[in-house]
Design a protein. Structure first.
Length: 318
């Protein structure tokens, strides 16, 4: 019998599309839903019988999510995947990593850096997913809970490989009380939850190349960054911002344990030009009113980005 507690997920950054790598980083995770999809093509030939003809095998790919409680060391691999690039600088006893969404594709085959993702399910062989694109990353921060991230992937091929023995960096996840938020340059304590989501629309492109796998994984629309959640409706300040369609900076900071000197394990998410698209503080009964909100992170020409992630940790690079 297989148990989830005996499974693992690992990521390996590939040098190029099509070639799996085994420089594994094992990721502590809550769950995964990576699924091998095999399209079924239905023949429509008439052959004198009422029943459907046999189906034919169509396009194959792998899609799904990895849900985990992020720490700066592990989160960096996913940020590198979804942003497409990173820069690292040593500052005394810690490394500072900056992730800005790249304004170019990785190459002519894949839009984002390709990863080999390995999932072992505590039975038989491990599943090796090649050319995985980490195209969407959502980070959820909710008062009273543990910070959670959801990475959404699209990979081209799957192989069965021998499982390995995972090893992990000692890294505790973040709880809600490590999170602080500045809105328009001032601390704001009204937000009860926020989910920041960076999305690269990715589509598989089949070609006449003699294979049933997708030949390329390319962009299929504009990249977007959004924020959504709930606020305590104790005043109308943020509603007025929504009504006036005023753009403002959202800056999230997650501060962890000390890693030497004055440095801490830290995550920052900077959205320099955020616009509320919805703001609803409806009366749902006699109790407290909570306002739900959604916003878009727009490209800020003075900053040259729509979102910037910064990690401080002891990892040298990504």
């Amino acid at each position: 019998m297989a148990y989830g507690i005996g499974g693992y997920v690992s990521l390996s950054l590939q040098n190029s599309a099509g070639t799996a790598t085994t420089n594994r980083t094992y990721i502590p995770f809550k769950s995964e839903s990576l699924t091998e999809n095999i399209e079924q093509l239905q023949s429509e030939n008439i052959e004198g019988i009422f029943d459907n003809p046999d189906t034919l095998t169509g396009i194959k790919n792998i899609t799904g999510d990895i849900i985990f409680e992020p720490h700066p060391i592990y989160l960096g691999h996913f940020l590198n995947g979804v942003c497409g690039q990173s820069t690292s600088t040593l500052s005394t006893s810690a490394y500072i990593h900056e992730f800005l969404p790249r304004q170019a594709d990785f190459d002519e085959i894949v839009a984002l850096p390709p990863y080999t993702v390995e999932v072992y399910k505590n039975v038989g062989s491990a599943y090796q997913y090649v050319d995985a694109q980490i195209h969407t990353l959502a980070i959820n921060m909710t008062a009273g809970g543990i910070v959670e991230a959801t990475a959404t992937l699209h990979a081209r091929t799957v192989n069965l490989v021998a499982g390995t023995t995972p090893s992990y960096v000692d890294a505790s996840p973040y709880t809600w009380d490590t999170v602080s938020l500045q809105v328009a340059g001032s601390a704001n304590g009204e937000f009860e939850s926020a989910t920041v989501t960076l999305t690269n629309p990715i589509v598989g492109v089949p070609t006449l190349n003699g294979a049933k796998t997708e030949a390329k994984l390319k962009r299929d629309g504009f990249r977007t960054v959004g924020v959504a959640g709930d606020q305590d409706f104790s005043n109308q300040d943020e509603y007025n911002v929504f009504a006036a369609q005023t753009r403002q900076r959202f800056l999230f900071t997650l501060t962890g344990d000390n890693i030497g000197g004055s440095a801490t394990n830290e995550i920052t998410i900077d959205m320099p030009q955020t616009n509320y698209t919805t703001f609803a503080g409806n009366v749902g009964g006699p109790g407290r009113i909570v306002a739900s909100y959604e916003g878009n992170g727009e490209y800020d020409t003075s900053s040259s980005y729509s979102v910037r992630y910064t990690l401080t940790n002891t990892q040298a690079s990504y």
